[in-house]
Design a protein around this ligand. Structure first.
Ligand code: FES
Length: 186
């Protein structure tokens, strides 16, 4: 599972990127896996880091930004820990995907313009046909596909994730304390 977005200071941020670049021997041919690893770490590709990657690999920034914007998989804006994709293709639209989307926005306080919750836990996106039209309306949460979703079912899934997160927050507190006490050194 991807890690939670965290607020890190600038030095720590670049230290992590250096580690990723070193893992791929700073080879320009490793650009895509490098960007994947950075996105896995930060859940998106911060602009300043893309510039840093270009300098480190000695390639034009336009190439790095070109790759980052070409693949839909890469995000240039921060996303929530859990990404919910709602299909708005024709079959799903006909089978009432819009009420599902509205129910999710209402439950999360998100909107078409503001897709990510303030706590960075959820991002709600609409996407074109997911290729599972027989299951319409379809939503995908963190790569898990759910078919024939109703607004009630969608909100129920949110509640399940929130309950898991609450549990995780409780059980991981001692570990977090331990990690901060034991600082990481190379
Ligand atoms: S239209 Fe939604 S999966 Fe095809």
């Amino acid at each position: 599972m991807a890690s939670m977005p965290v607020t890190v200071d600038r030095a720590e941020k670049f230290e992590k990127v250096c580690g990723i670049l070193n893992r791929f021997a700073r080879r320009p041919s490793g650009l895509i896996p490098i960007l994947q690893a950075i996105q896995h770490e930060y859940l998106y590709l911060p602009e300043e880091i893309l510039t840093y990657v270009a300098t480190s690999l000695d390639v034009p920034p336009a190439r790095v930004f070109g790759v980052a914007t070409f693949y839909a998989h890469f995000a240039l804006e921060p996303k929530g820990k859990h990404v919910i994709r709602i299909c708005d293709g024709t079959a799903c639209h006909v089978k009432q995907s819009l009420p599902v989307l509205e129910a999710l926005h209402a439950a999360l306080g998100t909107s078409e313009k503001s897709k990510t919750t303030a706590d960075m836990l959820f991002t709600v996106e609409t996407v074109a046909c997911l290729g599972a039209c027989g299951l319409a309306p379809v939503i995908v949460i963190d790569e898990q596909v759910y078919g024939q979703v109703t607004p009630e079912r969608a909100v129920g899934l949110l509640k399940e994730i929130k309950a898991q997160e609450a549990l995780l927050a409780t059980s991981s507190a001692p570990l977090a304390e331990q990690l901060s006490a034991e600082e990481c050194h190379d």
